[in-house]
Design a protein around this ligand. Sequence first.
Ligand SMILES: *[C@@H]1O[C@H](CO)[C@@H](O)[C@H](O)[C@H]1NC(C)=O
Ligand SMILES: *[C@@H]1O[C@H](CO)[C@@H](O)[C@H](O)[C@H]1NC(C)=O
Ligand SMILES: *[C@@H]1O[C@H](CO)[C@@H](O)[C@H](O)[C@H]1NC(C)=O
Ligand SMILES: *[C@@H]1O[C@H](CO)[C@@H](O)[C@H](O)[C@H]1NC(C)=O
Ligand SMILES: *[C@@H]1O[C@H](CO)[C@@H](O)[C@H](O)[C@H]1NC(C)=O
Length: 655
Amino acid sequence: MKHSLLFAILAVAFGTGSSIKENNRSFVIDYSNDRFLKDGEPFRYISGSIHYFRTLPSEWRDRLRKLRMAGFNAVETYVEWSSHEPEPGEYDFSGILNLVKFVEIAQEEDLLVIMRPGPFIDAERDMGGFPYWLLRKNKNMRLRTSDPTYLKEVDHWFSDILLPLLKPLLYENGGPIIMVQVENEYGGYPACDHNYTEHLRDVFRQALGDSILLFTTDGNRVSDLTCGKIPGVYATVDFGAGGSPADRFAPMREIEPHGPLVNSEYYPSWLDYWGTPHNTGEVTEIAQSLDDQLAFNASVNMYVFHGGTSFGFGSGSDFDTSFHSCPTSYDYDAPLSEAGDPTEKYWALRNITEKYLPLPEGDVPPPSPKFTYGKVSMEIVTNVFQMKLHLDHVNSTWPLTFEELFVSNGLVIYQTVIPFRIDDPSPLIIDEIHDRGYVFVDNRYSGVVSREREMYTLPLQGLQGETLSIIVESQGRICYGPRTNDFKGITTNVTLSGFELQDWTMVPLPLTNISLLSSILSQMEKLHHHKNTPQPELRGTPQGGMSFYTGTFNVPESLDHPQDTFLRLDGWGKGIAWVNDFCLGRYWPEVGPQVKLYMPRGVLKTGPNKLLLFEQELAPCQIPDTCFITLEDKPLVDGPTPLRNYTLEENFAHH
Ligand SMILES: *[C@@H]1O[C@H](CO)[C@@H](O)[C@H](O)[C@H]1NC(C)=O
Ligand SMILES: *[C@@H]1O[C@H](CO)[C@@H](O)[C@H](O)[C@H]1NC(C)=O
Ligand SMILES: *[C@@H]1O[C@H](CO)[C@@H](O)[C@H](O)[C@H]1NC(C)=O
Ligand SMILES: *[C@@H]1O[C@H](CO)[C@@H](O)[C@H](O)[C@H]1NC(C)=O
Ligand SMILES: *[C@@H]1O[C@H](CO)[C@@H](O)[C@H](O)[C@H]1NC(C)=O
C-alpha cells in the first residue's frame, strides 16, 4: 500500500509533466490554413451545449451519449458561479454541481469539452449566473468592469477555486477541455471595459498556463466584435439559421482575418418567456443551415443541444424594453427535449453531421420511459400569515431589498401599519416592484402590482391601524444587458395617498432552504392537527392562495425503476413545487406557455413520494374532491398564452 501511494504521489508530481510531452496532446490554431490542429492533425468540432446544472447527474451520461451518437464530438457548458458559491466563501461542487464529474463523464463518452466559466454567463439564469450577494457586498458594484470591489470577488473565485479545479482537465493535461471562453458576449455590454477583459485573460493565463486556447464569443456584428475582442484571445461569433455562411461569418473575418471559422452558438430555436408563445425552430431550416456552415469548414456549437430544466429558483428574466421572466422549462425546442428524448430535429441533424464526421458505432439510447401516476390529492397545511409567526423578522424605517435581507430568491413579506385615516380608495404606489407584489390589508387580499405588466399602483381600501402586507416575489434576476444588478423586493419607497410609508417589518419565507421549510411545515402540521383547525382557516386567501399544500403519490413496485413524469396543475394559479424536498421550480400554467413541470425519475423513489406546493394565488380546493394535481406521461411546454394587442421586441440576440 505504501508503495502504491508513493508511486501515485510521484506520478502526480513528475509523471504528468513528462507524459504530456510524450503524448504530444495539443490543441492549437493553424492560422495559415484557417483551421484547428489537434495533436498536429487538422480538426473541426461539431459541439452541443448541455448545462450540467440543468440536468440531474443521474442523466448526464445518457444525455452526453445521445450527443455523441448524433455525430457531435464535443460538449460545451457554462459554469454557474452563483450555484457554486451561494453565499460568500460557501462552496458547493456536489450532486448536480459536480462539474468535474460531468467533464469526466464527457471524456468517457468520447467527447471533447468547451468550457465557458464566465464569470458572467447569461444563459437565462438568475442574474446571468452572478451570485446575488455581489449586490450586498457593494450595492453600487459595477458588474463586468474593472471596479476593484467586483474584481476582488472574481479573482478569488477564479484563481483560488474554479480554475485550479479545471486545470487538470485541460486537454494538454490528459483531460477533454480543448478551449476556455473568456467572459460571454462582452461586446454587447455597454461598459466595454478592455482593462477588465484583459485582466480576466491574464487571470486565466496565470491559472491555466500559456498553451490553453482561450476564446471569446460575440454577436456577429463588427461593433460587438470590436468591443469583445481581447488581444491574444481568439474571437468567435454566434448566430442562428439562415443567410449564407460567407455573409454570416464576414464580421468575424474582419476581426480574425485568419484561423478557423467558429459559430459558438448556433440556435435550434429560441428561449421562452412566461406569457408569450413557445418558440420553435423549423427542422429542415436548422439542418440545412448547419449543413451550409459545416460545408464552409466552420466549427459549430449548437446552443442548446439539450436545454434541460431551470430547477429551483435558477431561471432568470430579461429586460429589453420591459421586464419578462423565463419559465422553468429550458426545452428550447432543442434536438433533445427537456426530458432528454431525441426529437425529429435530432435525427435530421444526425443526418447532416454524418456527412462530415464519422458516426460512432452503436445505437442511440432510447427515450426514457414515462409514466402516468395519475391524480394526487392535495391537502392544505398552512398559510404564510400563520407561518410568519414561526419566522424571523427584520425591522427597518424603509423597506430593505432581498439582498440586504440575505435572501437569494423566493418571497418576502413586507408589513407596515396604515398610520393615518385614508380616502376610500387611496392610491398605493410602489414605483418599481421587483417583481410581483401581492397586497393585503389585515389579511384581506387587495390585488397585485407587477413589474412584468408595469402596473405599480393599486386602489387601496383600509382603515387607520390596519396592517398593510405586500408579499413580494422575485421572478428571477435579469440575466442580460445593463440591468443585471437587479435588486429584488421593494427597492423604492412606497407611498399611500402621496405619503411615504415607514417602519417596515420584513419576514423572508424560507423557500430556498428546504430543510428549514420542511421542519416548520411539519411543526405546523402537528399544531393544526392537534387543534383540529377547520380547513378554511388554513387558507391564506379565500381562493386558497398564499398557502402550502402537500400530497403523496406512490411509485409502484411493479415498475423496475421510478419513471419520468410531468406535473399538471389544472385550476392552480402560480407557485413553486417540490417533490421529495427537491425543488422542481416555478409553475404558472394560466399564463403559459409552459403548462406542466418536468419531474425527473432521479428525484423519485419506489413507494410513497411527497409533493409540496406553495400556491400564491388560487387553489382548486374549495372542496376536497377537486383539490388535486395530476402526474402525466407527456410534456406540455407550448400551451396557450394571454391574448395581447402588442408585440414584444424579442429579436435581440443573446445568451
Ligand atoms: C512530439 O512532438 C515533438 C516535437 O514536435 C516531436 O519531435 C516528437 O516526435 C513527437 N512525439 C510523438 C510521440 O508524436
Ligand atoms: C484602463 O487602465 C488605464 C491604465 O491603468 C487607465 O488609464 C484607464 O483609465 C483605464 N480605463 C478604464 C475604462 O478603466
Ligand atoms: C474547406 O477546406 C478545404 C480543405 O482545406 C478547402 O479545399 C476548401 O476550399 C475549404 N472551403 C471553404 C469554403 O473555405
Ligand atoms: C435521415 O436520413 C435517412 C436516410 O437518408 C432518411 O431516411 C431520414 O428520413 C432522414 N431523417 C430526417 C429526420 O431527415
Ligand atoms: C419589529 O416591529 C414589530 C412591529 O412594530 C414589533 O412587534 C417587534 O417587536 C419589532 N421587532 C424588533 C426586533 O424590534
